[in-house]
Design a binder for this molecule. Structure first.
Ligand code: GLU
Length: 437
């Protein structure tokens, strides 16, 4: 006998599609509940549909879970357990609780008893169903594979699952499953049906928001910690208006019974905000490692080879204003080599009038600096505008475009220091050459 007190939960994805926001949130709640209670988190792959289940989806699901940091303690595959399901179905046949399909196809069907089934849901409280409204249920299909409801009950029972935490969309399956538990004389687990996640407008989730694969969020430059943090808040809150919370901290506080009863709506702006908070506050070396693996996964040549020192410099300068890793990757590109891609609109706005005299003097003043610090460049810049009799504004915007290719960014002189003398001079040369054309 397993100990009653030991909590065992499971996440049971079907590898017939990618892991989406909804599935990831269900997985996270199970994982948190297991970790909060020093229990066991089982991952069960529901691959009974051999045609629609693919290795590609399976790998994608496993990769997404690993990326999110949701490690499992046990891994099972339903496709390896078909004989077990058939044995249980034959038992029900022998006991007269199920019958063979009349068409001789070999399907096994459960007789639906007429009764009221009650679920004491941990989130919704008591929910009653009248099974008189449910038709007899297929347990084993013609091709001898089990149906979802049947395999699910056998596995949840055999794997000693104590709590079934899954989406509200499964509520209508629960009475059918309870009838199967009762027919086999199996002990019932506890149920917790978590509310659905709605789209931004309150309707179904759209492709743009939420109904996108977890791997897509990774590609969009989200940090796994930030996405996990956001998923957590879709239906649960640590209290005190706390919004930034790590997996570690929440896994000490989480209780599924505290989950919201009503649906949460996906909110991209909130997710972006949380991501920016993680980017701002993460340990700089860790952020650099994240960006490096992001660039590698995206196969971008933002830096080739990776220059850790430079990456740290860039991150320090840009992370305050970044929302995603893509922003940081773009920032990194400003530092790649002497050549720079200048934004066309920015060039039009700030480099279309001839500033060769001003840039010429600036170049000379910069050349004379021995230690190319923010302070030294600022002094050299000031003496340039004084000498030219122009305002700071008239030269600072063109300079920013000349050295970074864009109109906005961090403090001008910190940026110059990070770029260094050689690169700054080369870029000034390049706009000077442009004025001559
Ligand atoms: N394979 C089912 C699904 O992906 C599992 C549902 C459950 O948790 O029972 O929806």
């Amino acid at each position: 006998m397993v100990q009653e007190s030991k909590i065992r939960v499971r996440f049971a994805p079907s590898p017939t599609g990618y892991l989406h926001i909804g599935g990831a949130r269900t997985c996270l709640f199970n994982w948190l509940y297991a970790r909060a209670n020093k229990g066991t988190f089982v991952l069960r792959i529901e691959d009974t549909d051999k045609v629609r289940s693919t290795k590609e989806y399976l790998d994608e699901i496993l990769d997404s879970l690993k990326w999110l940091g949701l490690n499992w303690d046990e891994l099972h595959f339903q496709s390896e357990r078909f004989e077990i399901y058939r044995t249980y179905a034959r038992k029900l046949l022998d006991e007269g609780k199920a019958y063979l399909a009349e068409d001789g196809s070999g399907a096994i069907i459960l007789k639906m008893p007429q009764k009221t089934v009650e679920i004491n849901d941990l989130i919704h409280g008591v929910i009653r169903f009248d099974t008189g409204l449910i038709k007899d249920q297929v347990l084993i299909k013609t091709d001898q594979s089990p149906t979802y409801n049947f395999a699910c009950v056998i596995d949840d029972s055999q794997m000693n699952i104590t709590h079934i935490i899954r989406g509200d969309d499964h509520i209508s399956n629960t009475p059918k499953q309870i009838v199967i538990y009762e027919a086999l004389g199996l002990k019932l687990p506890q149920f917790a049906h978590i509310p659905m996640i709605l789209g931004e407008g309150g309707g179904r989730m759209s492709k743009r928001a939420g109904a996108t694969a977890i791997t897509e969020y990774r590609r969009m430059g989200f940090l796994s910690e930030a996405l996990a943090n956001y998923l957590m808040l879709l239906g649960w809150s640590p209290g005190n208006n706390q919004e930034i919370i790590s997996l570690k901290e929440s896994s000490e506080k989480f209780n599924v019974a505290d989950a919201n009863k009503t649906a949460a709506a996906f909110n991209m702006d909130k997710l972006l905000w949380i991501n920016s908070q993680y980017i701002k506050n993460m340990d700089l070396e860790k952020l650099s490692a994240e960006l490096k693996s992001f660039c590698e996964a995206e196969k971008t040549s933002a830096q080739n080879p990776w220059d850790e020192k430079e990456a740290l410099r860039v991150l320090k300068l840009y992370r305050e204003r970044a929302t995603t890793l893509i922003d940081l990757q773009e920032a990194l590109k400003i530092f790649t080599g002497p050549e720079l891609a200048i934004d066309e609109a920015a060039r039009q706005k700030f480099l279309s009038i001839d500033l060769s005299r001003e840039f010429g003097i600036l170049k000379e003043n910069f050349s004379n600096i021995s230690e190319f610090s923010a302070m030294a460049t600022e002094a050299a810049f000031k003496s340039t505008v004084d000498k030219c009799g122009i305002t700071t504004k008239q030269l600072i915007h063109p300079l920013r475009v000349a050295v970074s290719g864009r109109t906005i960014g961090p403090g001008m002189f910190e940026l110059l220091e990070a770029l260094g003398k050689e690169r700054t001079l080369a870029r000034i040369d390049s706009v000077l050459a442009g004025f001559k054309k």
